[in-house]
Design a protein around this ligand. Sequence first.
Ligand code: GBH
Length: 557
Amino acid sequence: RLILTQVGPPQHQAKYNLCHGDFKFSPQSKFQKKLYHYGTFPVGFQWGVSTSAYQIEGGWNADGKGSSTWDTFTHKPGMIQNNDNGDVACDSYNKIEEDLYMLRALKVKTYRFSLSWPRIFPNGYRASLNKKGVDYYNRLIDRLIRYNITPMVTLHHWDLPQALQDINGWDNITMIDIFNDYCDFCYETFGDRVKFWMTFNQPHTIAWVGYGLGAFPPNIKKPADAPYRVAHNLLKAHASAYHTYDDKYRKTQHGLVSISLNADWVEPLDVNIPREVDAADRALQFQLGWFAHPIFKNGDYPDAMKWQVGNKSELQGLSESRLPSFTEGEKAYIQGTADVFCINAYTTRRVHHVTSRLSPKSYEFDQDIAIKDVEDSQETAVKELRTAAWGLRRLLNWIKEEYGNPEIYITENGVSTNTATTDDDTYRIFFLKTYIDEALKAHNLDGVQLKGYTAWSLMDAFEWLNGYSVGFGLHHVDFKHPDRPRTPKRSAHYYYDIIRDNGFPLPEEEKPLYGNFCEGFAWSVATASYQVNKIFIIVCIVGIRISAEILTFLCSL
Ligand code: GBH
């Protein structure tokens, strides 16, 4: 009973109910979900757009850049739709001015992009420093500053130097120091101008899709334990990069450091059954809590994870839990290592409780949940990313309740359309209008401290396994044309309006109107003889007689 005694069963916490189902949003939540909320964000709200290095830069081997795991992966035939790859992508490596033109036209306040680690350190280590790669980011950052656009920089968005994968990538604990040294270099080199850092984009995706499902590089399918080990290393790597900023740079550079976590909102099968609410909560703990609980709460994994994985491991006859544990020192080191909460949100699903099989061992089955589509959501060009705007408000509320009302930035939120859709993307307009409105409700009605919204994405780009078949862009990119021309879609114009208005102020024609008509305005009543019945005529005659008498009386005075 080694493992089970490590932790008691997670307590059902009533506060969770607040955000799930109809509790918080009652009594007419189904109706409220549909209500449109007019209002604006406070002055200074950080509107932006987002991209990532591998998805837009191209120049995959230009000027001494090293290979990344994504270069290796996409160069193998049969891996990506149409055998697309990021060799040229949007050619942003050669198109800083074109990208800037779009950013300036949108009038965004922030631009979130990522640094390609192998462009800076081709083999992952400082000794391999590639000056031309550094020059590229210096040029980009300088141009942004010049136009008053705040750079929000992700240090690592999945394109790991291949040389580091060759030593086992994130499954090797020496990566903690190697990553820290890379971050140290970036703070030192760009930190005079970059004041907003995110260490990782979606560590959940790295750990689970990379090392569990094996769908993304390094394509390792070890769902039983590799994701847990990798996440453990990623958390330590994040914490050490945070402390390096604290120790060496914060005092002079005055920036902030965080990490972009992804979460799909889940709605329980039935909000009246506690077991189902628990199952939904567990799903959130396994996805978001896996990283957010250690960083934003107590330096340790959520109880639900410790209990589930410990329990299953024991039943599977293992002598210790497949979920590694932190020492007290490590917990203290990880706790509190983010200055703000950065969240990437796309979709909403429905979850229900199941008792999963014990074999094969997997992070997936450890959760005892089944996931399906939620009604009241819409299909998109990417099947697993259905849209349901109302889920965003609930997710933001859950984060507020669970992590003690942190300052939140939405660092990714967007929708795909088929790339055959060039400019007429009404669906994306609907998406922005409804999702941002739910974010506004969370801010204005629920007291969520939302500080910024970053739309994914500035332009169509290499969409990982989907290649160039779908696009999330506010701008269309013609990937068949050697110049990769960029064209604003209608949604770019619409997003510009939202930024200009700082949200959705009540339109003039909807505002209540008080005032007077002009002098001499002709007030009257109308009747038609046919519609005037007898009683009405009698009333009128009596009325006229009375008024006539009053009039006569008044005149006689
Ligand atoms: C974002 O992740 C990424 O951060 C961004 O780079 C990307 O462009 C955007 O999605 C749109 O795709 O098919 O089983 O391998 C959002 C969360 C996690 C959703 C990984 C897709 C792939 C699962 N994503 N997931 S699988």
